[in-house]
Design a protein. Structure first.
Length: 337
């Protein structure tokens, strides 16, 4: 069953289209990530779904109902913002219950929902604290609890973890994903962090300049990117995309206009292959990332364990033919590759 359906969504800022004919479907009870660089339109799309931004073209349907021009309060959605949006003068308990009191939910029902939500996110001992007395992670948990008590079938999240450190982000990713599954929420989650997208999403909507580049499960975007942009946006380190005509490859010809793509983890040091110079060595413990140069082109290789290489070394790298992705000169994936 469809949870959210976006059809031909348009947002115009003067002469610029911030969102340009965007369409996608979010199945009920699944998590879709809107992914892309800053300024690609992902937060604007989320706000149009929520009703916080006027729709200049297209439609938004939630659970089969056209809500394109409905008030936000009538759409059956809850929203978590990057800034947490907590009231500084209210304690945790009152912040969580604020929306329920505005909607005049029965007092007994308020207390039941509060107890359930506080238990789910581990806030039972912090209900009397003010936001200023909480860590960033605790504030985020308050925002999550407020979403849980709202008891809405659709949850929208706008970069909720961007203010947290790396370790806490990883913990909160797991927490949000667990809650989404347990509560069977239909969730749309905005981020520019491809790690969040890869680890959380049932579906990724990759955006660039207000348009959709590719939609699909994370593995599909990683293994069969439709463009060189998609290929390089997902993956750490990103895919190497190189012009064939400028490479000294045994099986290439000078007038070949294609782009060759190969993931860093598919590259190996070999006796014969592409001649490169080692620019830098990033030892990570379980793996080593080699930053390499071939003529004027930079590329990276990810080697398991510790690689016996040092800056300035000259060596050869190779890869299997089946690991190559081919793109035309405009960056579009070539069929069957």
């Amino acid at each position: 069953m469809t949870g959210i359906e976006v059809n031909g969504l348009v947002k115009q800022w003067d002469e610029q289209r911030a969102v340009d004919e965007v369409s996608f479907v979010v199945r009920k009870g699944t998590l879709t990530v809107l992914l892309g660089p800053s300024g690609c339109g992902k937060s604007t799309i989320l706000r149009m779904i929520a009703g916080l931004e006027i729709v200049d073209g297209g439609e938004v349907h939630i659970n089969g109902v056209d809500v394109t021009h409905q008030e936000p309060a009538k759409r059956g959605v809850s929203m978590v913002f990057q800034s947490y949006a907590l009231f500084p003068h209210l304690d945790v308990r009152e912040n969580i219950l604020f929306g329920l009191k505005v909607r005049r939910v029965d007092a007994k029902e308020q207390q039941k929902r509060l107890a359930d939500a506080a238990r789910m996110v581990g806030l039972e001992a912090l209900l009397r604290r003010k936001p200023a007395q909480l860590s960033g992670g605790q504030r985020q948990r308050v925002a999550l609890a407020r979403t849980i008590v709202a008891n809405q079938p659709v949850c929208l999240m706008d970069e909720p973890l961007s203010n947290l450190d790396a370790k806490l982000r990883a913990e909160m990713r797991d927490e949000i994903h667990r809650l989404q599954r347990n509560l069977e929420l239909t969730m749309v989650y905005v981020t520019h962090d491809q790690t969040e997208a890869m680890s959380m999403a049932d579906q990724v909507v990759l955006l660039r300049d207000g348009r959709i580049v590719q939609v699909g499960p994370p593995a599909e975007l990683y293994e069969r990117p439709k463009t060189d942009f998609a290929a390089q946006f997902l993956g750490t380190p990103p895919m190497n995309v190189l012009p064939v005509a400028q490479l000294e490859l045994a099986d290439s010809v000078a007038d070949d206009s294609r782009l060759l793509g190969v993931r860093p983890e598919k590259i190996r040091i070999a006796e014969r292959g592409l001649a490169v110079e080692v620019v830098a060595v990033d030892y990570m413990g379980a793996e080593t990332v080699l930053r390499l140069r071939h003529k004027a082109h930079a590329l990276m290789a990810r080697i398991d364990g510790r690689a016996e290489a040092a800056p300035g070394d000259r060596l050869n790298v190779a890869w299997d033919a089946g690991d190559v992705h081919w793109f035309d000169q405009n960056g579009s994936r070539l069929g069957g590759a």
